[in-house]
Design a protein around this ligand. Structure first.
Ligand code: SF4
Ligand code: SF4
Length: 443
């Protein structure tokens, strides 16, 4: 298959980054790469969706990688997987899982799933800040994305299902494969999951995932997990702080110990992030001269500075997020010049996953590998957001009253940075709005 044929196939199937970013997968395909890295690091605590997918369908993940490598002329691929996950899957470092893909065991540290860190750990290459992995000859796909690519190539099957971990403060964490568009409240009812008053629900991992309203949220192409966690643990209380609190606390209480910079995973591979410096600046100064703070755009938001390094409860990540807003308004981006060099002490400053879980308060909820629920349950109706990806929302391709089947195109990509959306159920379209398509399931 040529690169153009593969692009057409995965564009038609609506493949986007399944790891959380939602970047249209075809856009990543380019000539000039010599390595493919499968992101199976499952970066954040309590998530087991990628593990469960690989346990059951590793051959299909590897096949997806082989299709990409054949089309792009890449000679070797690496399954980037943490040591503990490799052990659970009975895989060893260097083991071949297909003709051109071998296992690369990664240390059990956070945030190993950050694409930039993953590439450095796997290949020793530093992606220049603000640029894409292809600049250092690498293409990275999440394991679930490659599973979707495999299905698109082998069966012309579009993306309609999602592997989701339901965990945290629940009686029994589980992983389930559900139709995209499933309302979270229906899923909770089906599997007897509740959100107690002293808890919130997180979409994704505890450190980086946003708080969501389970009454309104739906499963999208990027949902990896639904975690129910107490409001009082550090991972959650930091999300509940207002912007003003973040700023005033930072400028009033920072003792300039610089531990946040010493531990920043991206600073440790040479990125220009200096969180201990950003917290010293006042908002008016940043508003007047955002051009002096463009390095904020290369912060990945991992939260190591805030959730582990800082002993004063300050959020350099929160300050960087506010600066990112200013940069977006002013249409400014960081432009890198010069050489990059990783810190020689990096190996001693990486953050063990176990320690991270304890610091952010989620260790009590890591009760081992969750149950896998395999059933054919379907919700009564699905809500398909027209934007489940980075880029322009898809354009509706169906009308109210129209009957659709699983896999039918219901919204078409709107330009190159967009994605097709397909029905994940057999049913009848009951609403088409500016933001979503609603389909009533027919038995
Ligand atoms: S969130 Fe903090 S630790 Fe993470 S990349 Fe940004 S500055 Fe560094
Ligand atoms: S770790 Fe906290 S106190 Fe130390 S420099 Fe960073 S923000 Fe300031």
């Amino acid at each position: 298959m040529t690169i153009e044929q593969l692009k057409d196939t995965i564009t038609a199937a609506g493949c986007v980054g399944a790891g959380g970013a939602g970047f249209p997968s075809a856009v990543k395909l380019a000539q000039g790469a010599d390595a493919l890295v499968i992101n199976a690091a499952e970066c954040e605590p309590l998530l087991y969706s990628d593990y469960m997918l690989m346990k059951q369908h590793l051959e299909e993940v590897a096949a997806g990688a082989e299709y990409v490598m054949e089309a792009t002329g890449i000679s070797h691929g690496y399954l980037g997987v943490k040591e503990h996950t490799a052990h659970r899957l009975s895989l060893e470092d260097g083991q071949a899982i297909s003709a051109h893909v071998t296992v690369k065991c990664l240390p059990n540290v956070y945030p190993m799933g950050d694409e930039i860190i993953l590439i450095y750990q796997t290949l020793g290459r530093i992606v220049p800040p603000g640029q894409l992995p292809i600049t250092v000859g690498v293409i990275v796909y999440n394991s679930e994305t490659l599973w979707n690519i495999c299905h698109a190539v082998r069966h012309s099957r579009p993306v309609t299902q999602k592997w989701v971990t339901v965990g945290g403060k629940v009686s029994q964490p589980f992983v389930v494969k559900v139709p995209i568009g499933t309302p979270v409240k229906e899923l909770m009812k089906q599997y007897a999951v509740t959100v107690p008053d002293d808890c919130v629900m997180i979409d994704g991992g505890p450190a980086m995932g946003p708080i969501i309203n389970p009454e309104q949220a739906v499963i999208t192409k990027t949902t990896k997990g639904l975690l129910i966690l107490p409001k009082t643990i550090p991972a959650i209380s930091s999300k509940l702080a207002t912007e003003r609190t973040v700023r005033t606390h930072a400028s009033a209480n920072c003792c300039q110990c610089s531990l946040c910079t010493d531990m920043c995973p991206r600073a440790l591979i040479g990125y220009p992030l200096r969180p201990h410096k950003i917290v010293r600046n006042s908002l008016p100064l940043m508003q007047q001269h955002p051009e002096n703070f463009t390095e904020a755009s290369v912060c990945c938001g991992c939260g190591v500075c805030e959730l582990t390094a800082c002993c004063q409860g300050i959020s350099p990540r929160g300050v960087y997020q506010q600066v990112k807003g200013l940069l977006a308004k002013a249409k400014l981006r960081y432009e890198h010049k010069g050489e990059l060099r990783a810190d020689p002490d990096r190996d001693y400053r990486m953050l063990p996953s176990e320690r991270f879980m304890q610091r952010i308060g989620v260790a009590p909820f890591d009760t081992g590998i969750p149950t896998y629920i395999e059933d054919a349950w379907q919700p009564k109706c699905i809500h398909l957001p027209l934007r489940q990806h980075i880029g322009a929302p898809a354009t509706p391709a169906v009308k109210v009253g129209q009957t659709v089947a699983v896999g039918d195109l219901v919204a078409a990509a709107n330009g190159m940075i967009s994605a097709n959306i397909h029905s994940s159920v057999n049913g009848c379209v009951t609403a088409v709005t500016d933001t979503e398509i609603v389909i009533q399931v027919q038995a």
